[in-house]
Write a protein of this length. Structure first.
Ligand code: C2O
Ligand code: CU
Ligand code: CU
Length: 521
């Protein structure tokens, strides 16, 4: 995007030459580089384009009482920037993927056809399902292959998402555009007084940052120059251009007094701190894996890569409210934070309210049926995970190694600590957690979850109460990993089996090949 990133490329080249030529000019150039790395689009947007809303994927009933969804992954051409053509990937369309909606108790069956030029997978992030259906790196779908996972939805209402997960190339596949929302409903969410008309007052927002070349093509250039200079590990893509649901410079036409935003940080590495320039209060109503016990008034909400949240925003007739990402609190010191997006500010979306608004239901004081806090037994197993660089506990991902074996249905304490000054976001598959404490202190209610992904705080430790599902498989593992996709691809990932409690000791510690992928149907 030309307006948003003035001459960054050129400057990198100049700075590069200076480094080679001699040290004297370096300090001054470093300062320029430093100031050049504070990115903002505030004041540059006009909110000209109507927000795209991903279509709701219509399930077809199948003979065996399942809801049958069909997803076709393919390359396409999108107009992400006005007047420019971008080669993208998408499911059932050129960019992103339709929203999948299902209800607790539904038996779902997916048909995923891979029409992409590369083998890939499709992972249902946050879904509780058998590991062979999870769409992780073991369930590869070859080019032109078809994968047909099925499972029964058995978790509380929430907002999940889906995206590719091929080992070593997740970042590129997601960045090209394969990502979609999943909305799960249950009797509690349906009965709750929350805005719930999809695309009208209940909106999915897939927030992503991109870099574009002048011809409109996606720029895969990464932050390697500074990584090398500062001796940091690569962070991957930090884009200077925000798109929401694939829409650049977007506005949404609000017709009700309240709108519910289902927020997804679908970016490869960027952290957002969402709020409104007028400091209005909005309410957080759900975390990643379910409703909160009660709506929480907030003026800022930080989302790390892979995190989601549902908020309800109140609008006045005729106004325009701008959802903005303020400089996030990365817990990374000066000056490194700036190169991780720590000083960046972005307008995300304008909510443009009609002159007259239909009244929405008032928020309740409590949500009946919100998932209860996870109870931690006194003898809960404690596991420790040390995140440094692109390794966990000093190890890189090995697709044939089982790192952990967990007893089905167990609640464990997972202690994650970030041992370096960079950005990591922890995610575990097939499980739900509460954040018990951050650096020894219990976080505010709105930050406890239920969650499946959490941004790792400064220096110290986050302790999670993780409740595992009861679905067992002694051959196919689930994943846990950093959701900074470049880190995941570089090996910041581990695998765990969930087995019957009496089978933990004899569970295999190595696994072979690919399981449950398209070759197995
Ligand atoms: Cu969103 Cu293992 O991924
Ligand atoms: Cu996941
Ligand atoms: Cu990381």
């Amino acid at each position: 995007m030309t307006p948003a990133r003035p001459g960054r490329r050129r400057f990198l080249k100049i700075a590069g030459v200076t480094v080679v030529v001699g040290g004297s000019g370096w300090g001054a150039n470093w300062l320029s580089v430093y100031s050049d790395h504070q990115i903002s689009n505030v004041g540059k947007l006009k909110f000209r384009n109507r927000l795209r809303v991903p279509e709701l994927l219509d399930p077809k009933p199948s003979g065996d009482g399942r809801k049958q969804y069909t997803l076709k992954l393919a390359e396409g051409t999108s107009e992400l920037l006005p007047g420019k053509k971008t080669k993208t990937w998408g499911a059932n369309g050129p960019y992103l993927a339709p929203t999948i909606r299902a209800r607790r108790g539904d038996k779902v069956s997916m048909t995923v056809h891979n029409g992409l030029p590369d083998a890939t997978t499709l992972h249902w992030h946050g879904m509780h399902l058998p590991p062979a259906m999870d769409g992780g790196p073991h369930q590869m779908i070859e080019r032109d292959g078809t994968w047909k996972p099925q499972w029964t939805v058995h978790q509380p209402a929430c907002t999940l998402w889906y995206h590719p997960h091929p080992h070593g190339s997740t970042a590129g596949h997601v960045y090209r555009g394969i990502a979609g929302m999943i909305i799960l409903d249950d009797e509690h969410s349906t009965g709750a007084p929350l805005p719930s008309r999809y695309g009208v007052d209940d909106l999915p927002l897939v927030i992503q940052d991109k870099n574009f070349h002048d011809d409109g093509s996606l720029d895969f250039g990464e932050s390697s120059f500074f990584d090398t200079i500062a001796g940091m590990d690569p962070l991957g893509i930090l884009g200077d251009t925000i798109i929401v649901n694939g829409t650049y410079d977007p506005y949404f036409h609000v017709t009700t007094t309240r709108v519910r935003l289902r927020l997804l940080n679908g970016s490869n590495a960027r952290v957002y701190q969402l709020g409104f320039p007028d400091e209005r209060t909005f309410h957080l109503v759900a975390a990643e894996n379910g409703l909160l016990p009660r709506p929480r008034p907030l003026t800022r909400l930080q989302l790390g890569p892979g995190e989601r949240a549902e908020i309800v925003v109140e609008c006045k007739p005729g106004e325009q409210a701008v959802l903005r990402s303020f400089a996030p609190d990365l817990g990374i010191g000066f000056p490194t934070d700036r190169f991780h997006g720590g000083d960046d500010t972005f307008d995300i979306l304008a909510l443009r309210a009609a002159k007259t608004l239909r009244p929405s239901p008032a928020l309740p004081t409590r949500f009946a049926g919100a998932p209860a806090p996870i109870k931690v037994p006194n003898d809960a197993k404690v596991r420790k995970f040390h995140f440094v660089g692109t390794q966990i506990n000093g190890k890189s991902m090995d697709i044939n190694r089982v790192d952990e074996v967990v007893a089905a249905g167990a609640t464990e304490i997972w202690e994650i600590d970030r041992g370096d000054g960079t950005l990591h976001s922890f995610h575990v598959h097939g499980a739900t957690f509460n954040v018990l404490d951050v650096d020894g202190e219990q976080p505010p209610e709105e930050a406890r979850g239920p969650k499946d992904t959490v941004y790792l705080p400064e220096s110290g430790k986050v302790r999670l109460a993780v409740r595992f599902d009861t679905l067992t498989d002694d051959r196919v593992p689930y994943m846990y990993h950093c959701h900074v996709l470049r880190h995941e691809d570089d090996g910041m990932m581990g695998q765990f089996l969930v087995v019957a409690p009496d089978a933990v000791d004899r569970a295999p510690r190595t696994i072979e090949g690919s399981h449950g992928g398209s070759g197995h149907h």
